[in-house]
Ligand binder design. Structure first.
Ligand code: DC
Length: 223
């Protein structure tokens, strides 16, 4: 049986993965899956249940009763936790600060990786995250590792926050991004690392359109 087409986009926080992946998904009519949103949803589920983020066992017990669902939308995909929309709430400062810890738990990763593979099984897909090319979809036909300088990633976040009416400062954002990069790349299970067969794309100083064209070219050559 012919495998459906899978595109894996990995990279550090705020490198532009979801922005780029969404545009390419719309162009190719592929399904887009933001796996970071799934880790964020589990983190929010723990918060809602009053479970401290350090309690791996209690968070593990929560997994079977935690439904996560996506609905397409522009400019953002809608995320539902147990049928309640949590699209904005999963992007709060508290969830952003604690998601790396929750995402480091083996049980959480195993559960979400299974769900991600199930989604990718039956349709053409573009999936972004940290371990898609290395662990979730090791046979993906296209693997991209998207990076950008820390300063530029913090500047992009600052712009987004200002647009949302949130106050934040560049230095703090830069420190938060560095801390999350460190945790994501140093955890024991499926750390953030470029897959051997992934193509490195540096988005520093490039417009969204330029990056989309660059990646679209890579995809076309593999189709
Ligand atoms: O892409 P994001 O910033 O929304 O991801 C939130 C966190 O989830 C990130 O700090 C690391 C974790 N994550 C992960 O461990 N594996 C993935 N495939 C996606 C995200």
């Amino acid at each position: 049986m012919k495998q459906n087409f899978q595109i894996a986009i990995d990279g550090p926080a705020s490198a532009g993965k979801s922005t780029i992946a969404k545009i390419i998904a719309a162009k190719l009519k592929y399904v887009y899956v933001d796996t970071g949103a799934m880790y964020r949803a589990i983190t929010l589920a723990a918060k809602r249940a009053g479970i401290p983020y350090q309690e791996e066992k209690e968070i593990t017990n929560l997994l079977p009763e935690t439904a996560i669902r996506f609905e397409p939308g522009t400019p953002v995909q809608h995320v539902f936790l147990n049928n309640e929309e949590v699209t904005d709430e999963i992007r709060s400062t508290e969830i952003t600060k604690n998601v790396s810890l929750v995402a480091s738990y083996a049980s959480v990763r195993q559960n979400l990786v299974n769900r991600q593979r199930m989604i990718a099984d039956s349709q053409n897909i573009i999936m972004d995250g940290r371990d898609i090319g290395t662990t979730v979809l090791p046979n993906a036909q296209v693997k991209i590792f998207l990076v950008a300088s820390v300063l530029e990633r913090a500047q992009r976040r600052l712009k987004e926050n200002i647009a949302k009416g949130m106050t934040s400062d560049l230095k703090t954002l830069q420190a938060d991004i560095e801390a999350r990069d460190y945790k994501d790349s140093h955890r024991k299970i499926s750390p953030l690392v470029q897959a051997k067969d992934a193509i490195l794309v540096d988005t520093t100083g490039k417009s969204i359109e330029v990056v989309v064209d660059e990646i679209t070219d890579i995809i076309r050559k593999k189709q």
